[in-house]
Design a protein around this ligand. Structure first.
Ligand code: HEM
Ligand code: HEM
Length: 206
């Protein structure tokens, strides 16, 4: 990315990383919400499941791009408020998020495959079945899909809590590493990121 050099001094993720992050967040929140809603809905079940499956395979595609992007672009150094142990926690939780976001749609896809029926997304697009038609297998995958969904909710909650703890309590500008801002506000965030002047004056601008 050409913007990489420009954003490096702001200690931000690249533009592509930020777009992919927020795209994933919106897709994952929607898919979780629709997933939990549809299983207790009678009248809208079929429609919601169609949307759910489509969003799910879109997540799979976006996350594959994200993993490639992560492997080819080193994230910015963590803020100085992040200690050695916390660094390990952060990296572990991010790896867990990537793993869950890859596993969950694959399990969903395999689960539908195991019913023996065609797997249809985007309304009418048939994608290949990735598991044999087998009722026992279906139930294992169905159960796994629920467990992974709850794990995902837990890790996302921890992730968001950690970001808010840093940004609001420690005021180290961690959230700004992932957000988009107008050029006008740049210098303020640059300060928060520990570049240029000390962070103290910036932190008092609320
Ligand atoms: C990251 C992607 C995904 C997330 C976060 C997700 C989440 C969920 C959640 C929360 C439920 C309800 C679980 C429960 O309450 O027991 C669910 C059910 C389900 N999901 Fe997914 N899902 C994803 C991807 C997929 C994909 C790609 C497919 C299929 C192509 C799929 C097919 C299903 C099916 C068939 C059900 C169960 C419907 C039923 O038993 O009535 N999901 N999903
Ligand atoms: C489903 C929702 C979300 C998922 C799956 C998710 C996933 C991730 C992942 C995998 C990373 C690591 C980025 C990388 O190094 O490639 C990350 C970083 C980050 N996320 Fe999220 N995220 C979600 C929601 C949120 C929300 C709601 C916020 C805002 C409060 C947020 C704020 C951040 C920030 C600030 C970073 C950068 C942390 C740093 O400075 O190292 N995320 N997220």
């Amino acid at each position: 990315m050409h913007s990489h050099a420009a954003t490096a001094e702001l200690q931000q993720f690249t533009t592509l990383s930020r777009i992919l992050h927020w795209l994933t967040a919106i897709l994952v929140f929607s898919t979780l919400l629709i997933g939990f809603t549809m299983v207790s809905s009678v009248s809208d079940y079929a429609t919601l499941l169609k949307i759910h499956k489509t969003l799910g395979v879109v997540i799979l595609a976006v996350v594959i791009i994200r993993v490639v992007n992560r492997l080819t672009h080193r994230p910015p150094q963590p803020p100085p408020t992040v200690g050695r142990f916390e660094r390990i926690l952060i990296v572990t939780s991010e790896m867990a998020l990537y793993a869950l976001l890859l596993a969950q749609p694959l399990v969903g896809w395999a689960m539908v495959s195991a019913t023996g029926r065609p797997v249809v997304v985007f309304g009418s697009l048939r994608i290949p079945r990735i598991a044999p038609a087998n009722l026992d297998l279906y139930w294992v995958l169905r159960e796994t899909h629920s467990v992974l969904a709850f794990l995902l909710v837990a890790v996302v909650a921890a992730h968001v809590s950690a970001v808010l703890l840093h940004s609001i309590t420690l005021r180290d500008g961690m959230l700004a590493r992932m957000t988009f801002r107008l050029p006008r506000t740049r210098s303020r965030h640059a300060n928060q990121a520990g570049v240029g002047e000390p962070a103290a004056p910036a932190a008092s601008v609320e």
